[in-house]
Design a protein around this ligand. Structure first.
Ligand code: ZN
Length: 279
């Protein structure tokens, strides 16, 4: 199933179009997307039998982030071997975790304003949590996942790297620096949810292309390591790191400029399309 946010309303996306959940459920489920994650099991059971009668057409510009107000956002750095190699960093002994603050959350389409000249792209697989969890075992970790979506971990490299120690959370949390979408896809939709092709293209040139099977910490391993320490809540958003091909690794570095178009794709999920404006 594809479930997401259409103009701020919880929506199921079917072959027939967009089905508004509050209307189709006669108010049994509320319209705001963030309210559904604590009721995920009940909701998905109902959604499997939801009729298409209410399906309407929609435009990508109307899509919002599938989890617009998560209690927590966790992101992992240095999680693909080829990205570690291009960055000249050591393979971490533990997952390198930071946050992207919730004020940076935005949707899968439209314009993003660049306030500096050093903003980079990072295509990522993003996980949305559907069940509260603490000390989750690797074998059970997929049971805690509501679905998978696409993310662009936009990063101001100067803010991120300024000392005395890196400020990843700040450099990756400017307004609209955390776009996700176009919807979440439930894990049962994938033949192998641990092995998806991920890519992004800048003005039509492919910059990143990899498979999520190349992650050092897979989705279940990341959930297990993280929940060994912190509690995970329904609606929490987990960013799983980016493969090689970011702009800072080019010689000279290539950062995003006004007029650029960035398209981020994960097979089996869809695409996000953003264009950039100067402040
Ligand atoms: Zn990242």
């Amino acid at each position: 199933m594809r479930i997401g946010n259409l103009s701020g309303r919880l929506t199921i996306f079917t072959e027939a179009g967009a089905v508004d959940v509050e209307r189709a459920s006669d108010g049994h489920f509320a319209a705001n997307p963030e309210s559904i994650y604590p009721r995920w099991a009940e909701f998905t059971q109902w959604a499997r039998t939801c009729p298409d009668d209410y399906a309407v057409d929609f435009l990508p510009a109307e899509l919002g982030p599938p989890s617009p107000k998560p209690a927590q956002i966790f992101a992992i750095g240095a999680n693909y071997r080829d990205h570690i190699a291009e960055g000249g960093i050591e393979t971490p002994e533990y997952p390198m975790v930071f946050t992207k603050f919730v004020s940076s959350v935005t949707g899968p389409a439209g314009a993003i304003t660049l306030t500096t000249a050093t903003v980079d792209w990072e295509a990522e697989l993003v996980v949305i949590i559907g069940k509260e969890g603490h000390k989750v075992a690797v074998e059970n970790a997929w049971d805690y996942v509501a679905g998978l979506t696409i993310g662009q971990d936009l990063s101001d490299r100067v803010i991120q790297l300024r000392g005395p120690i890196p400020q990843l959370s700040l450099g990756k949390s400017l307004p609209n620096f955390s776009p996700t979408g176009p919807w979440l896809v439930t894990p049962d939709e994938f033949a192998d949810p641990d092995n998806l092709e991920i890519s992004c293209a800048l003005n039509g040139d492919t910059k990143q292309k990899a498979r999520t099977a190349d992650m050092i910490y897979s989705v279940p391993a990341f959930i297990s390591e993280l929940s060994a320490i912190v509690m995970l809540y329904p609606g929490d958003v987990l960013w799983t790191g980016t493969p090689a091909g970011v702009g800072i690794a080019e010689k000279p570095p290539r950062y995003l400029r006004a007029g650029d178009e960035l398209v981020t794709v994960i097979d089996g999920i869809g695409e996000m399309r953003h264009n950039f404006l100067q402040a």
